[in-house]
Each structure stands twice: as structure tokens, then as C-alpha cells.
Design a protein around this ligand. Sequence first.
Ligand code: BG6
Length: 471
Amino acid sequence: MEYHNLKPFPDGFLWGASTSAYQVEGANREDGKGPSVQDVKKVPEGTSELDVCADHYHRYQEDIALMAEMGFKEYRFSIAWTRILPQGVGEVNPKGIAFYSDLIDTCLQYGIEPFVTIFHFDLPAALAEKGGWSRRESVDEFVNYCRILFENYGDRVKYWLTINEQNMLTLVGEAIGTARLRKDVSRLKQLYQDNHHMLLAQAKVMQLLHEMVPGAKIGPAPNISLVYPKTCKPADVLAAQNFNAIRNWLYLDMAVWGYYNPLVWAWLEENNALPDILPGDMEIMKAARPDFIAFNYYSTSTVEASDGTEKDRGDRFGQGGRVGVPGQYALTKNGSLPLTQFGWEIDPEGFRATLREVYSRYHLPMMITENGLGAYDRLEPDGSVHDDYRIAYLRDHIAQMRLAINDGCEVMGYSPWSAIDLISTHEGMVKRYGFIFVNRDESDLKDMKRYRKDSFFWYKKVIASKGEDLD
Ligand code: BG6
């Protein structure tokens, strides 16, 4: 659809950006924080440890002042479960409570809405040792943690996100450093049992927030991107439907409608991997309802029909999968899309297509909680960083988001990844996403000084013009 007169971004549109605790904070052994699975994992060869990161824990005031200078209306950050409950359950750590309380207050002082992710890849190590999400108890452990957050911050935080990228935890947990496979059940059975517990925990927590903090809003935050068929051959179209169901719709069908996506159910059944569901679980899922759908979008995926020979070779094929699933789909390159320096496809029109599809399936307001470009940025001697490639990526995505709004999609805000440079999930500090450059490299912490990249000044202009001026 083409438009001659574009509607503006809606009033109150939440412009901002995102981070996550274990990637940005550092101080991972300070002030009573317990270890998370991220702190105890072995980082990939040659990449930074997660002990200092961007040192946001000590410098958040300076960082939030810079976000305010860009004109942020919201800041999406995550709370580290192990700062609040060092062992995941039991004793509450007052210093952890105080840290996020101060961070929230700092945002509010600048008129920045805190947009809080409750859980972003950093399960307490003590719980992981016991079996993590594979245990039924994990549901109540998560609810207990959330109750503490709602009690302490519910008076100031209006927007909550349950679990960051639950679909990636299920699809590529090994790459994120969260998967711990048991020997007594098949990999598939365990992953989808863990997934069931997370879905149930999420449903309970959405209800809990609505009871405890009337008016506050909560939603899931998966990584959603449309899956294309490689060709118009019917077998490729069916493969795309399979992967769309496995990658995307399972998570949203459950969060919004409380039922298992039938294609995924049939696939799990065929493989003896159906999760154990206790009486009452599905009623809880059905009764819960999110206020919005948040999702992260980096690029689309493309698949073709499986010839039944795909093997899980353990390597990652873009975001969201490995080689494919025999009998379901085979991942393949799109072929018509440019790539980032790190080999990720760039597809702004796919962003519009994804927004349209999510809205027409679920009819809920959408919040974009991640979108961005990882690159090797260079700090010039005069303190500038010329990241025109990032500006181009963000500009094209914002333009497509505006078209999607004109298509009738309801979009609440845009929170790209990342507000400031931080450590990538598995590709270290050199893969930078931020508007703010942090002067350190993989192992040399240098002076950790903050510098404004060209994208900083550009995004400031975008926000000031309410998305009108993208040049
Ligand atoms: C998302 C995650 O998957 O993508 C972030 O929520 C992550 O935690 C981001 O950092 C970019 O991925 P990567 O692997 O380049 O850091």
C-alpha cells in the first residue's frame, strides 16, 4: 500500500532505547548480588567477561542524563533477579532493591518512563543448579520474585515486560548461555517443558500485576520476525508456516489467547515431546491477558522445504535457529537482503510486514523493545564516532514502522537496541549497538568514558521532530 499523506506518529509515542542488566551493568559480584547463569557461563573465546560491561551500575546517572539529552520518553532496562534475590528465592537483598529504586527515580526525574523487563536471560545460578525452568517449582519462584518487584516498584513503574525472548531461550538457549540439558528426557521434551513452565509463570504474573497494581500494563517480549518461503512452491510455503508457528505464533497465541498453537502441538506430539500439563494450567493461561505485545525485531528469516536430512550441527544460523528441523523447514539465506558486518540480514520492509501480521493476528497495541545494528564502531581522535550505517538501518526501520502505522497498526513506542554500548550475547564488546560509545575494548577497560556517536545526534533530532525528520 502506498500513501501520499502520511499520518504522524501518535501522541505520547514512547521513543527511547533498551539495555539488559547482565550486558550493561557490570558489578556482578557487588552489593550482595548472587551469580546468575550468565555470570557462571564460560564466555566465548576472545570475548569479554561480564564483570564490568559498561559499568552502568556505577554510572547510570550519567548514562540516564545522556538519554535525557537525546530526549528519551522511555528507557527499557532489565532487573537482575539475583540482585533482588541472590539465591533466586529466600533472603531479599536490600541493596539490590535500593539500586533499582534509585534508577527508576532517576528516570522519572528526567520525565523518562521506566519500561522494566523482569527477566532477561539471567536466571539465578542457584536455581539453574537445581534444574531451572524444568522444575514445576520454577513457576512459583518466578511469581515470588515478581511479587517483590511489584510491591517495591509498582507505585512508579507503569510498564512491565515478563520474559525477554522466551522463544530464543527455547530455540537457541545454547548460544545465549542458558541451556542446560538433562539426560533423562529428550532435548525437545525438556525445552518445551521448560517453555510450558515459563508460559504458565508469565500468565500468573500478568494476572498478579493486574491485581496488585491496577492500571499498570504488562506484556510478553519475544523476538518476532516473519518467516518467508524461499520460493512460491507450496512446499516452501508450508515450511514457512511451520517455522512461523514454532518461532513466533506459539509464544503469542499462548500469551494472548491461552492455547497451544496447533502446528507446534502436532509437531511435539509426533516427537513424543508434549509438555506435562497439570489440571488447571490451561485455565490459568486462558484467564491471563497482556495489555500489549512487545517484541524485538532484527530481521526476517527465510526457509525452504525440509528434505529430511537437516542435522543440528550446533551452529547458529542467524537469529532464531540452527539449520532447521527435519520434516518441518530448512533455514536458508534470503539472497536479496544486504548483511550487517556480523552477517545478519537487513530487512526494514520485513519489519512492516511483521508489524502488520502481529497486529492482524492479535489486535493489541505493539511496543518495539529491540531493533538495531551491531557493528565495529571506531572512536576518532576528536571524540566522534561516524556510525552512518547504524543511522541508515534505524532510519529505514522507523520509516517502515510509520508505514505500518498508516496501515492501521497500533504501535506504542520504539525502543531500539541499545541505548549505550554493552556486551553482545555471545560476540563480545566489539559488536556495538549503542547511541553512546563506551571507551573500552574486549579486555582493556581504558577509561570507560562516554562519547556521543553521530547516531546520538541524529536520534535526538528524530525524537524532537516526533519522527518527522529522519534525515
Ligand atoms: C536480542 C537480545 O536477542 O538481541 C539481546 O534480547 C541481544 O540481549 C540482542 O544483545 C542482540 O544480539 P547480539 O547477539 O548481537 O548481542
